[in-house]
Design a protein around this ligand. Structure first.
Ligand SMILES: Cc1ncc(COP(=O)(O)O)c(C=O)c1O
Length: 512
């Protein structure tokens, strides 16, 4: 390695600068390590580059002749010439026949770090970053260890890890050309086929592998969809309250979000039509409204599809927990009743398997398949082939269907525990809403002076995870409610959590 030690410095107006003489700038002694694996030329180039980029050699400054440099640094003349040639090729030096070698004029004048820090100048930011307040652009956060009542997390405690490890180690024994090369940017064919099979069997959605695109989770898909379909200012219907991740993705694509109220039937389409009849896209969570946990009725689904068809708009259907329903009847996904090819269906393996996979998928309507293909092939390099392949095997060998059946029973039991414990301990404190789907529900505070923010904060201090519904709103809603996840923790933890929450609310009521 080279360490540059200046041996001839002049102190001018408080700053260090290199003394000059007629033969060109005086280059500091560069200690060259002859035992280093890097060649002497590489070390010399690197040290000179550092001097230029740090401003110790300034734009327009003349360097010593290659013979002088070689002598001063104790290297061969060829090494010095080669170093100058390389830096000239990089654009850092220019040589002028008959006059010598100079630091390129295009190198910016160096400012001392202190000067920059004190100048008060902010780097220019995109509008979005400049306005990235927590209210406008809330952070996504997940606790590392599941705790009552975290939302959106599957049950890690019962995941079939030995089976998963067997499939993973079998995959890594496959031929190297298969496991080590770039995967198809649109997704591995075997996984796209397996997704079709899963959706046909579990969600009544018919699609072809060409319509399936694999992404790094649903969140990544929302970003891509937004940037593919929206221009800045395009009106987008968004459930109010609604999913924060999707909201942030659409905002970051320049969408003008139109908050559309949600009632017990799902998004209020009529209200959407009053607010923005010419919407460009609607984002909905029909199977399990996020965060309220309600299911959109079949009637509302048709109403939304009609509105989208009339407006020529797209509908993004986020079916993140579509596999998990505990009642007898579930309305069909929008995708399965979409006669006019308006629905972009988004699924994820974060809930049905586990979130660390970072695997999600989009079923594109036929008209959008070519553009999804183009964008994927032009801008993406695919998601990890290993995980895609293991998930495909997990589905194809029947483990996924068995896992979903088992998890439905487990989650139904956890949901029942929450409801039972709530009826015992939260009566008069929190009205926990029944739900037949998903991983969580919400509880409405009954005391008129309590706010969901205050109760969530107090719960947090008592070691309980819950979020205020107001965190999910773009426009305030007339209700004070908190989220209650039941999927990630055991019935015993749920029981304890309910009791702890009851005492948090009781304390708050006593001082309200
Ligand atoms: C509303 C909603 N949709 C989708 C997802 C899944 O996102 P991802 O697949 O990126 O994990 C989440 C995750 O919490 C979610 O809350």
């Amino acid at each position: 390695m080279i360490r540059s030690t200046l041996y001839c410095l002049a102190v001018q107006s408080g700053k260090l600068s290199l003394a000059k003489y007629a033969g060109g700038a005086l280059i500091p002694t560069l200690s060259i390590d002859r035992d280093d694996r890097a060649t002497i030329t590489v070390q010399l180039v690197s040290a000179l580059r550092d001097l230029i980029l740090s401003g110790q050699l300034r734009a327009g400054e003349r360097l010593p002749a290659s013979r002088t440099l070689a002598q001063d640094q104790g290297v061969s003349r060829t090494t010095a010439i080669n170093a100058y040639e390389q830096l000239t090729a990089e654009g850092l030096l220019r040589s002028q026949v008959g006059s010598g070698t100079f630091v390129s004029d295009s190198i910016p004048t160096h400012q001392e770090p202190a000067e920059i820090e004190n100048s008060g100048a902010m780097p220019r930011l995109a509008h979005l970053s400049a306005e990235a307040s927590d209210q406008y652009f809330p952070r996504l956060s997940h606790p590392e260890t599941p705790r009552a009542f975290v939302t959106g997390m599957p049950a890690f405690d019962v995941f079939p890890m030995p089976l998963w490890s067997r499939l993973a180690s079998r995959y890594w024994r496959s031929p190297r050309s298969l496991v080590m090369s770039y995967p198809d940017a649109c997704g591995l064919l075997e996984l796209r086929q397996a997704v079709c099979q899963h959706l046909r069997a579990n969600r009544g959605v018919n699609c072809t592998p060409e319509e399936v695109f694999i992404f790094s989770g649903a969140q990544n898909a929302f970003n891509r969809i937004g940037s593919m379909l929206l221009d800045p200012g395009d009106p987008v219907w968004f459930e109010n309250p609604g999913a924060i991740g999707a909201r942030n993705s659409l905002i970051s694509c320049g969408a003008q979000l139109i908050p559309v109220p949600v009632d017990e039937q799902g998004m209020d389409v009529k209200a959407g039509l009053v607010a923005a009849p010419n919407f460009r896209l609607a984002f909905v969570t029909p199977a399990h409204q996020h965060p309220l946990g309600t299911t959109m009725t079949t009637e509302r689904r048709f109403e939304l599809l009609r509105a989208a068809e009339n407006a020529g708009a797209w509908v993004v259907e986020d079916d993140f927990v579509g596999e998990f329903h505990y009642g007898t009847h579930t309305p069909p996904p929008l995708k399965s009743i979409d006669a006019s090819g308006r629905v972009i269906y988004v699924g994820t393996f974060s809930k049905a398997l586990f979130p660390a996979l970072r695997l999600g998928y989009v079923i594109a309507p036929p008209k959008l398949v070519p553009i999804f293909q183009r964008i994927a092939q032009a801008t993406m390099q695919g998601t990890p082939a290993s995980l895609q392949s293991i998930v495909a095997d997990f589905i194809n060998e029947g483990h996924f269907a068995a896992h979903i059946r088992r998890m439905r029973d487990i989650y139904a039991e956890r949901r029942d525990t929450l409801m039972l414990e709530a009826s015992r301990s939260l009566n008069g404190l929190l009205k926990v809403q029944p739900t037949d789907t998903g991983f969580h529900t919400v509880g409405d505070l009954t005391h008129p002076n309590l706010t969901d923010v205050a109760i969530s904060q107090a719960a947090h201090s008592a070691g309980i995870v819950t979020a205020p519904v107001s965190r999910f709103t773009i426009q305030p809603v007339p209700r004070q409610a908190i989220t209650l996840g039941f999927s990630a923790v055991t019935p015993a933890q749920i029981q304890k959590g309910v009791q702890a929450l009851a005492s948090v609310i009781r304390d708050a009521m006593a001082s309200a």
